[in-house]
Design a protein around this ligand. Sequence first.
Ligand SMILES: [Fe+2]
Length: 573
Amino acid sequence: MPQAEEVEDPAGYNTLAKVHEQLADAHRDLREAYSQLECSNFSLAEKARRLKALFELAKSVTSDLELGKTLEHTINITCHLLGTDCCSIRILNEQRTGLLMRASTGLSRAYLQKGSVKVGESVAGIVVREGKPRIVRDMQYNSNYRYPEYAASEGLRSLLCVPLLAKGSVIGVLTVYWKQLHEFSDEEVAMMEAVADLSGVAIAAANTHESLERAHKQLSSLYSLTRDICSPLTLDRVLDIVKEVIAAELSVERVAILLRERASELVVRAVSGPEDGLKLGRVVRIGEGVSGWVARDGRSVLINDVSSMEQRPHGWRRLRSVLSVALKARGEVLGVITVANRLSREGFTEADKDFLEALAGGAAMSIHAAGLYSQLQRNYVDIVTSLAVALETRDHYTKGHSERVSWLASETALAMGLDDDTVRFLEQAGRLHDIGKIGWTDIILGKNGPLTEAEWDQVRQHPVVGSQIVGAADIISGVAPLVLAHHERIDGSGYPNKLKGDDIPVGARIVAVADSYDAMRSERPYRAAPKTERETRAELIRSADVLFDPVIVEAFLRTLRKVPAEQWERESR
Ligand SMILES: [Fe+2]
């Protein structure tokens, strides 16, 4: 029997073969189980990565109220999750009629400048209207996609566009692009919707936060502006302040303030931005162009898409958007403020219009007051000037002297680059510097011989008397220090206070040079003949740094060169 068994399976090979087969099956099963485990692990790792990215997005968008950063986080995390590098966010405009590109990555400038997409048009517009995601598997061959030629030039093939939602309403769209044909999975669409839900709420919150911050800043500016322009100011200063506040608060490329100076015309009186179209001094007829319409009707105009208008508003070139409001005081239109082109390429909002209208209300009152103040100032200066002229009729030697000093002093200030207020003060100081002589007796005015000590005392008092006359009226009191110090000399040899150098107001130092020059060139009772032009200029140069400020003498001599000598002789004598 043992021999028979050895014949059937002499070495137990069959048994071993079976065992080997069973082992091979077990090994295969183990390998399959391991492979499934690996897949499952990979899937779990991928899900964990995506959940982590979503968590990061949730954390970043809820911790940052800055709109720019919120958009940037959304773009980065979307690209990371979907494994692509092209993504964009478009936000609905205030009127909810169109989508503006607000953030993107991986897209060229030409693609981004396609302009706004209207609601209901193209893929993004349809997503807004329907509130549901859309897939375009091939952007270069899809009837709904509006820009196949751009897609071809950018090398884009597939896109997925999902609505950004906040409080149940669409506020924009998030679009992700692939540069090769992409097979979309339900999981990818679900993930994009999750990103869009998170980002939509965060973008809406950041938008509200930015609007509130802007409103707060604009209110602060309005408050400061009202405070600044409520003090007595010249018209030019009021216009400058208003122009600066508008440019800063509305971030616009162009600002123009036009005033109604005649019944049918506006004149551009303040402007900033490119030097074209509405230049300073340009006349605009009422009823023509945006500013003309606003002046005629008194109603604000806001146009955010100038290119779509049948009748383009004339005035500025390269207009994208324009906002214009009336300057109204006591029911009367005094002028118009027109601004154009937001620097950020966004259009103007209703909030911008409200801000500009509020600002225009305060500005109009100030412009009205500045006009009255300026008229009052002119009237007062006219009265005091007529006193100076009356004085000159008593002293024929000084006829026309005040007018000449006024012109010379203000032109010298201009040549020195001094501010408008100083130039205006010098114009008035020149006219009024000798008004204190009003108390002089005719004996002093026309005396040929030397003055007595008592008469000299009276002469030395005329700057004091003059500054008291001028300083008595608030409206021109700024001129009083110049009148008081016009006989001071920088070496301290002058009168009435023997001031030296920089202690003498710069305006008084300018009047001193102009006054001395004209006195040397005019006839005087106490000398035989006036000095010649050459002698006078040489005298001024000699006295520079001793009696007069050398910088002022230099500017004064430059001013004199602007007037031909013979004309000066003819006009001044
Ligand atoms: Fe004087």
